[in-house]
Design a binder for this molecule. Structure first.
Ligand code: UDP
Length: 546
């Protein structure tokens, strides 16, 4: 890789002059280190010191200019995992004049995205922490195009899924250890540092027990567009679209069991497969990361009607399932499905249109545990006897933080004999109410605009009787839309009171007389609602005096 980098044509002399004269320039977005991404001209990296360097000159720029707050705790997060203290980014500073005494810099001509992968050997982490955030960070900055260079600074080797990272741009990603090959001082002509966290949906439990992120900003649409782009690059075509409306579909439907061959096994897999096939009258296929390449697994999953698997990172592959498919996640004994929901959350994102079902082994005699294994595979032999006894007697792992809780590891690495009758019961119950898979859908989430020209008129009938008429015009975008049901919501609040009366109305005006008092001021808000639940914004509040 060193060749394709150094061969690229850049005017070395001009670049060196620019660096010496202008120094480094940095302009960032984000108010906090946790939401910051920075763009640099001439950010340099000293391989010997393993430090990034910002060169100051008369025309260098550093925005935000935080002073020492840059170290409290860092300029930004280099991975998409929020505020993790092993993932911070900062640089050291030097005057540009110091370049005279330093090794000749090597310039990287490519537009570069510099980041940390969080855990490149775990498929969930690969997709959730790295691939999706990189994909959408690249879409945020248009010069991070297919020719962009990715640089992974976490210090790991390629990892088990490097070929997936290679799909994100046409250039070979660089690992930290490879940076030394470019010389003692390398300078990135144009680079971005940091990752967008906009697509992440799960927090792993470093500061509070794991669970969905508090404010999820991604929908199934963005996940599916990413999945489609990955499949395009892998040359995987799915029968989807028009073909799926053809009547032959019944015969091609199939179930995928994603199995693990090393640990957390399903001990009666053959029985499970037979039962699934019989119950749903479909073929059932097994895949595993040990037996198939990931692209071949994606191909199978992208056409499946149901994906069944033990809890585990391989379940992130459900993002390749077609709309309407069912995800069945199996949990070992004493593990509560409500508390480990990365895949439930993914399947339930609006617009993912997957149906999620969890099953939990409730029969201890159907589980096989491995107390003698090393602690990271769930062994507990290293613990005090009392603690071992407590764990063995416990019927459910209590809430805990990531990542080394021995009781959690002990339970989650159990093998399971899946009790077929209880699984089938859960499946039958859950699949009774199957949401209709919507055909060629999107764009059904167009929200109403504000209602226009809201007005009120009032009249006093008697000393204790008054009327309030509110009217408005339809939102601007409605005249271009076919909407099944358009309704309006009106809130009326007596000035000074802290409660209000809400009304849902079918037309563009209404006269209120109940609960309307003479010589009183009312505040009135109006908004439009499409199809029962797509809310528009309220128009400016009306002040109506009877
Ligand atoms: N893995 C696998 N087969 C196994 C065990 C693990 O394919 O028998 C994969 C798993 O999908 C993940 C990685 O190896 O990508 C690490 O697995 P681990 O059990 O550490 O993590 P988890 O799946 O619980 O997130």
């Amino acid at each position: 890789q060193s060749q394709d980098l150094t061969q690229a044509r850049i005017d070395y002399h001009a670049a060196l002059m620019a660096l010496q004269e202008h120094g480094t320039r940095m302009v960032c977005t984000g108010k906090m280190h946790t939401d910051r991404i920075c763009r640099f001209d001439y950010l340099c990296y000293c391989a010997e010191a393993e430090e990034f360097v910002f060169f100051h000159s008369n025309s260098s720029v550093m925005l935000p200019n935080l002073g020492p707050r840059r170290f409290q705790p860092a300029l930004l997060d280099l991975s998409s995992v929020e505020d993790h203290n092993t993932q911070y980014f900062n640089f050291q500073e030097l005057p540009a004049a110091a370049l005279k005494f330093m090794p000749k810099p090597v310039f990287v001509p490519d537009v570069t995205l510099i980041l940390n992968r969080f855990n490149p050997d775990n498929l969930m982490h690969v997709f959730h922490d790295d691939l999706l955030p990189i994909f959408y960070t690249m879409r945020q900055y248009s010069d991070l195009d297919n020719e962009a260079r990715l640089v992974f600074m976490e210090g790991w080797g390629e990892g088990a899924h490097f070929d997936l990272y290679q799909l994100l741009s046409s250039k070979q990603p660089l690992l930290k250890e490879q940076l030394r090959n470019f010389g003692k001082l390398m300078c990135f002509t144009k680079s971005y540092v940091g990752l967008s966290k906009m697509t992440t949906w799960y927090q792993y439990g470093f500061v509070q027990p794991q669970g969905p992120k508090a404010n999820i900003l991604v929908s199934g649409n963005e996940i599916r567009q990413f999945a489609q782009s990955m499949m395009d690059k892998l040359n995987i075509t799915t029968p989807g679209g028009e073909e799926s409306l053809v009547d032959t579909k019944e015969t091609d439907e199939y179930i995928v069991v994603f199995s693990r061959s090393v640990n957390r096994l399903i001990l009666n897999e053959a029985e499970l497969i037979m039962a699934l096939s019989q119950e749903f009258q479909m073929r059932t296929i097994t895949v595993s990361l040990e037996d198939q390449t990931f692209p071949s697994i994606v191909k199978v999953i992208s056409g499946a009607s149901m994906l069944v698997s033990m809890h585990g990172a391989q379940l992130v592959s459900s993002l390749f399932l077609p709309r309407g498919a069912v995800v069945v996640e199996l949990f070992p004994y004493a593990v509560n499905p409500e508390q480990y929901t990365p895949y439930r959350t993914l399947a339930s994102l609006p617009g993912m249109e997957l149906q999620y079902v969890a099953w939990r082994n409730m029969l201890e005699e159907n589980s096989v545990a491995y107390p003698e294994r090393p602690w990271e595979q769930g062994g507990i032999a290293h613990l005090e006897k009392d603690e071992q006894d407590r764990i063995l007697a416990s019927k459910e792992v209590p809430r805990h933080l990531c990542c080394r809780n021995p009781e959690w590891l002990y339970r989650i690495y159990q093998d399971t004999i899946v009790d077929i009758p209880s699984l089938m019961e859960v499946l039958r119950e859950a699949l009774k109410t199957r949401p209709k898979p919507t055909k060629a859908k999107p764009s059904s989430t167009v929200h109403p605009g504000r209602v226009r020209e809201p007005q009120c008129q009032t009249s006093v009938q008697a000393t204790n009787e008054a009327k309030l008429t509110v009217s408005w015009q339809i939102p601007w975008n409605l005249k271009y839309l076919k909407v099944r049901e358009v309704k309006y919501e009106v809130w009326i609040q007596e000035q000074g009171e802290n409660t209000y009366m809400p009304y849902i109305l079918p037309h563009q005006n209404y006269t209120f007389s109940e609960n309307i008092k003479p010589f009183t001021t009312y505040l009135v808000w109006v908004r439009c609602i499409f199809n029962k639940n797509l809310l528009g914004p309220f128009a400016d509040v009306l002040m109506c005096r009877t």
